[in-house]
Design a protein around this ligand. Sequence first.
Ligand code: HEM
Ligand code: HEM
Length: 270
Amino acid sequence: MKAPTPPLPKFARPAPPRPDERVDEAGRPVRPSLQDQAKSVGVGVTSWVEERVGLSPFLRGFLFRKVPKGTNWFYTLGSATMFAFLSQAVTGVFLAMYYEPDPTRAYESASRITNEVFLGELVRGMHRWGATVMIILIFLHMGRTFFFGAYKYPRELNWLIGVALLILTMAMGFTGYLLPFDQRSYWATVVGVNINASGPILGPYLADFLRGGAEFGAVTLSRFYAIHMMLIPGLIAALIGFHLYLVAKLGTTAPPWVKPDKKALAKREL
Ligand code: HEM
Ligand code: HEM
């Protein structure tokens, strides 16, 4: 008699038989077909990861979630903003490989990127114009969510996270602007920091924090560089993650001209 199989721990699921472990009715091993062998290279790797990570229910829920009738191109503006940010991150990392955050070297290193580094002019141009594109897209996306009433219950928190993302994105533009360290970027930043200093109560402290003391100098540049390269991108990435989690959890707002589908609402499908 066959020995009973020991019970699996509660949390474990029996693994499906692998192509090379299959047996026929008489219990003889079945040679995997060529197709099975080919599958085990690609699909095998994904299922190996999936069996251990278990992300597919989450991904399926996110990628195949229902969206209301009437969803149109305006709904792509959030994703477009996200891709602008990703493009900024990729081009920014390449710029950081050549850029030197030192007052005596910054201008020279930035012009070396434009004039000498292979494709440097293209990458720097993409980063410079990408910054403007991201700001335009974020405002258009904010306009879409405002005019479609997507800030109302239950999405108020997502709107507030959006406001934080807007402020952080503008702070990226401000901190990045100093980095080329030419006359224009230097004096524009001096003016910007002085405007901050004129704010009530916290203003002078914020200006001291940005300058790294009472005077503009080498510390100011490395501070702006660290804030631009690490602090704010980390915050933006984390907030985008939370923003998207809420979009998936709460669903998408229907356009104002589409009547709510009461049946779907009752079933909490939208
Ligand atoms: C992870 C993300 C990012 C990294 C690693 C990064 C890195 C850099 C570096 C190394 C520079 C100096 C090179 C240069 O001046 O050409 C720079 C410049 C700049 N960055 Fe970023 N950046 C990032 C994201 C952003 C974002 C999201 C924005 C704005 C929305 C932005 C706006 C700027 C601007 C305006 C400049 C000045 C460009 C110029 O005048 O040449 N950056 N960035
Ligand atoms: C880095 C900036 C941002 C990124 C990457 C981003 C990304 C997204 C994405 C991908 C969506 C879902 C698709 C869509 O509706 O477009 C979304 C929805 C939403 N976003 Fe943003 N967003 C950003 C900034 C903002 C800002 C500035 C606000 C408002 C102040 C905002 C408020 C919202 C709201 C309320 C929704 C829900 C829309 C709905 O239910 O129809 N987001 N965001």
